[in-house]
Ligand binder design. Structure first.
Ligand SMILES: Cc1ncc(COP(=O)(O)O)c(C=O)c1O
Length: 359
């Protein structure tokens, strides 16, 4: 379908990237920094690429204030490869089931006999974040696993649970949306395709003492975190183009003023949308208000038969990919860092107009 005018892409991932980054990629694609070759054509062992990798790490470290005793790794296999890799390396995990991705992580651990689900929010359709009580955490677990932001259900852990265990978190859909107390986590992983860059890349931030504790002697080298750490993510050919784009996104975030500024903008965008839903007689979001994600805003129409019409009309207005995840339906607006406030305002205006015409 061809749409006239400005397009806003609300896809949950792969998601909209900053316009300025896309323009720079386009400009440099045939000739990286005057070297006459493309980033797609140069060796991962070239000085030019090593510089990009180094810059990407330094920028990410600065943006997230990652302490010195952590390593930053660039892996492949998306966030999903982390689901089995974490228990393979670290043993039995205690899992909090707050949605589809948290459950997938748990299922991958269970297949190895290394997962116990002890808490979750399935009882209320994943519409809240459960309180984690230390005494409920299985005593024989080696780490506690959470999914920080639940992309399908639009919930978020705004404070990490208190635990004596190493805390492991899937931050695929919230990384870099706001400052994060990295020091409270032993391992953070994030698939890139929402707030970082191209799909397939997965960023891992790991505390060195946790890394050292890995029981990985039986594992193939490619499945050991230590392999990536010891070779500075260059054990094999890494996803060079994805790392290059990630570095540009990190630079863009620096230019915007860093994560405190991003958090303010993201909160403002999310509030516009939640207020629109809250003040309406047509739209409905049942997530407990204190747990509402500022990245993914799912909602339903009280007249469900209107949802396909809503989606069709929205696309005609240039508001793309608002369909909820195929497993639950409804509507979902993903408003990651690259979504400008103007995009959210356009969506809110459209929703109000649609309500006036259909209620
Ligand atoms: C929170 C979360 N974790 C994991 C995944 C899976 O990521 P990937 O497709 O990169 O494996 C997604 C997918 O979008 C996600 O939202």
């Amino acid at each position: 379908m061809k749409v006239k005018g400005e397009i806003y892409n609300f896809c949950a991932g792969p998601a909209q990237l900053p316009k300025e980054v896309m323009e720079k990629v386009q400009k440099e694609l045939r000739d990286l920094d005057g070297c006459g070759m493309s980033i797609l054509e140069i060796s991962h062992r070239s000085e030019a690429f090593k510089e990009i990798l180094g810059e990407a790490k330094t920028r990410l470290k600065g943006l997230l204030s990652i302490p010195d005793d952590y390593s930053i790794l660039f892996l492949q296999g998306g966030a999903s490869l982390q689901f089995p890799m974490v228990p393979m390396n670290f043993g039995k995990g205690a899992y909090v089931i707050t949605g589809r991705w948290a459950n997938k992580a748990y299922e991958a651990a269970k297949l190895q006999g290394r997962g116990e689900a002890f808490s979750g929010s399935a009882d209320r359709n994943f519409e809240y974040i459960p309180k984690i009580y230390r005494e409920d955490i299985p005593k024989d677990a080696k780490f506690l696993h959470i999914c920080d932001n639940n992309t399908l259900y639009g919930t978020k852990f705004f404070t990490p649970p208190e635990t004596d265990l190493p805390l492991v978190s899937d931050m695929s859909s919230c990384i870099l949306s706001a400052p994060c107390p990295v020091e409270k986590y032993s391992l953070i992983y994030a698939g890139a395709q929402k707030n970082i860059g191209p799909a397939g890349l997965c960023v891992v931030i790991i505390k060195n003492s946790f890394l050292d504790s890995a029981g990985d002697e039986e594992l193939p080298l490619m499945l050991r975190y230590k392999t990536y750490a010891e070779h500075d993510s260059l054990y094999n050919t890494p996803p060079t183009f994805a790392i290059y784009v990630a570095n540009l996104v990190f630079a863009w975030l620096e230019q915007k003023g860093g994560l405190k500024v991003m958090e303010e903008i993201n909160r403002e965008k999310a509030k516009l949308l939640y207020d629109c839903i809250g003040n309406s007689a047509l739209y409905l979001n049942k997530v407990s208000p204190r747990d509402r994600s500022i990245m993914n805003v799912p909602f339903r129409l009280r007249r469900r038969e209107l949802e396909p019409v809503f989606l069709e009309e929205a696309e005609k207005a240039g508001l793309m990919n608002l369909k909820g995840h195929w497993s639950i339906g409804g509507i979902r607006a993903s408003i990651y860092n690259a979504m400008p406030k103007a995009g959210v305002i356009a969506l809110v205006n459209f929703m109000q107009q649609f309500e006036r015409e259909n209620l």
